[in-house]
Design a protein around this ligand. Sequence first.
Ligand code: BES
Ligand code: ZN
Length: 461
Amino acid sequence: MSLSAVLTRIDADLQSSLDRLFDLLRIPSISADPAYKADCARAADWLAAELTGIGFDTTVRPTPGHPMVVGHYTKAGPDKPHVLFYGHYDVQPVDPLELWDTPPFEPSIATMPNGTKRILARGAEDDKGQMMTFVEACRAYVAVTGALPLNVTILAEGEEESGSPSLVPFLEANKAELSKQVAMICDTDMWNRDTPAIACMLRGLVGEEFTISCADRDLHSGMFGGAALNPIHVLTKILAGLHDETGKVTLPGFYDGVIDIPADLRANWDNLGFDGAAFLKDVGLTAPAGEVDRTVLEKIWARPTCEVNGIVGGYAGDGFKTVLPAKATAKVSFRLVGKQDPVKLRAALRKYVKDSLPPSASVTFHEHGGSPAVQLPFDSRELAAARAALTEEWGKPAAITGSGGSIPIAGYFRHILGMDALMIGFGLPDDRIHSPNEKYELQSFHKGMRSWARILTALAG
Ligand code: BES
Ligand code: ZN
């Protein structure tokens, strides 16, 4: 039986799969920071070379930002299905660097007191480790059987962590090449350590940065303070006005298109037995924030949010400086659900900020990407096949979940390429993605590869 031979091969090759993952993890492909542009290109080239080595016909395609990697494997023949796999080779910035226990781009394996092992590095999970589960499964398949059981196109992006600015034009320009039967994404979480998950809902995102300017220079806060407008005060008042006391977002029209989850889905989620208090306790919190009338699971999977992600202004160095700054900046994001419109919400935020400005304050805006929420069918043939394959590997049926994070391409697969996505990932909620000390469980990497080998077999029919 060839599948069992492929699984045996994955087990036997675990160390060399890890070595390759480590090579990729050593490349600091931080997409948000222009200083790492060459490293992003290097990561793309590295991946392209690996795919070529496995037998994919691979190209690295320039975009106005970081390149896309596209690899086609069509040797399974025209009577076999053709699927598209998406991953991203870029990672989040690493700051604050001093909070890392090991250097973010020097990957290592740590053994925990309970004997479990984890891979430590920026991108160990999101998304280099996750993406490589699929690539390595393909490698094992080809090595053992001589070919993949179906045709596969791999698309790897280098701008996912910065809102995917080049993605829509790229998909539009390459529709025919990229439209396949079904898409697969490995960039989401399991339900828990032993239970896999297929995510069927993902929130959308709007990112917006704005700078409030007042005086034409920084001022002495003794000489001018009291008489001169302070942009940090203007900014914080605007930010405070974004929520009311019940946790609702105040922007006019914000809740247009928000859909309450259907009763059957709610029942399904209730059955998952999620403990909201424990979830928060795990990260050191004793009480929930946000909308007072919603459960924790609902808040992170099915409700829209407005969060301030960064705020810059005045003197933040050591010691103290009595400055009245000329400018203050905030980075704000919305998570979207249902049919909320990213374009309208950005406009509503901009209008609110402009309307809130006192005389002698002005504002400039900078857009950081926007993508709609995604709702996928939970009854497709492919989902059933993948779910059965996951059950074989994990000994438990996959949970059908939502997910609070955003993957811009997930919505565009349907809107631009006319296909649905299967979102299957092996991350865990404690992987610290986007934070210091990101990790990926060795079990996630290993059983993730095995899972994809099974899923490819199942989808080949
Ligand atoms: N892999 C995450 C999305 C994710 C996180 C899914 C947790 C499921 C659980 C992805 O790489 C990510 O972080 N996306 C960004 C997108 C944004 C910058 C456009 C996000 O959600 O903040
Ligand atoms: Zn990711």
